[in-house]
Write a protein that binds this ligand. Structure first.
Ligand code: 5AD
Length: 312
């Protein structure tokens, strides 16, 4: 694509809510567009979100999961992994330490683990909100029934992260076991929105079988959902998963997705994710922060547990 048509494509993204597929697809597939896209996204980020980079303290509360997402290192069928679940007190202590380090948002993330009972989460949320009322609590604990989401919201949870992973139905089926379904995941996102959570979603870039058209579907879905937060990262092949031998997602493509997401969702919070830093190094994370992203999520998981939380 010529410099001129790149710039007119970027202008279209800046000025219209529904740029045609070939415009988005053309930019996504052009490695030479990365720098200009990132520069335009950085300008929008500065104008709408300011230059400050927000920090969110991530606490990985359990690596036990009853699901079997084909890409995920903590899937139930991975028997090689030592499993852990933090106790109530360990989670609260990690959050207090994060608070002492300046964090004013905690993200409690974990697999779908029945041992992390609804009551335990409720109690932890209550205690965090009682002892640190100026901090926001974000949960990222997978698909749950409406009533559980409501209980946690009433206990004080402010936000919820649940990536849709891929919007395309056939692609979704190819990444997940038959026991999971996309409709339930989308139902969860609707429930969370209806309950007044600030919702985050997102997708994997470069997951096996992903087509450019799938990414365009993801981008359009996100724009329609209009979430408060959008987290994306490159797929990284994880050991002891069915996708262990697949190739990783592309860092440049991920950066173009981050930039396009910023142009399409100027007010969303967009993290420079750990997966991006793992695959592309600190340099890639920095590029995301100068290309539309405005959030980082440092880990406050206790060190022993952190060693065992291998999504990839
Ligand atoms: N590579 C990159 N990201 C992954 N996730 C899970 N497994 C992988 C992987 N192999 C992401 C999913 C999930 C988030 C917590 O981690 O998108 O929503």
């Amino acid at each position: 694509m010529s410099l001129q048509s790149r710039n007119s494509h970027i202008d279209l993204l800046l000025t219209t809510a529904d740029a045609p597929d070939p415009v988005i697809g053309g930019l996504l597939s052009d490695p030479d567009a990365t720098e200009e896209l990132s520069a335009a996204a950085h300008q929008v980020r500065i104008a709408r979100k300011g230059s400050h980079t927000k920090q969110r303290g991530l606490i990985e509360i359990t690596n036990r999961c009853l699901n079997n997402c084909l890409y995920c290192g903590i899937r139930a069928a991975n028997r090689t992994l030592e499993r852990y679940t933090l106790s109530h007190n360990e989670i609260v202590a990690a959050a207090k330490y994060a608070y002492s380090q300046g964090m004013r948002t905690f993200v409690l993330q974990g697999g779908e683990n029945p041992a992390v009972t609804d009551t335990m989460v409720t109690d932890v949320v209550r205690e965090l909100k009682r002892t640190m009322p100026d901090a926001a609590v974000t949960l990222s604990l997978g698909e749950r029934p409406y009533d559980i989401y409501r209980t946690w919201r009433e206990a004080g949870a402010d936000r919820y992260l649940l990536r849709h992973e891929t919007y395309n139905p056939a692609h979704y089926r190819s990444l997940h076991p038959a026991a999971m379904n996309r409709e339930n995941r989308l139902r969860c996102l609707d429930d969370l929105t209806a309950l007044g959570y600030r919702v985050g979603t997102g997708f994997l870039v470069g997951s096996p079988g992903q087509q450019l058209s799938h990414i365009i579907e993801d981008l359009r879905f996100i724009q329609l959902l209009n979430p408060g937060m959008i987290g994306i990262g490159p797929f990284i092949p994880a050991a002891n998963t069915p996708f262990a031998d697949h190739k990783a997602g592309d860092v440049g493509l991920t950066l173009r997705c981050v930039a396009i997401l910023r142009l399409m969702n100027p007010d969303a919070d967009i993290p420079a994710t750990t997966a991006l830093a793992t695959l592309g190094g600190p340099d890639a994370q920095q590029k995301a922060l100068c290309g539309g992203a405005n959030v980082v999520m440092p880990k406050f998981t206790p060190p022993d547990a952190r060693e065992l939380y291998h999504l990839y």
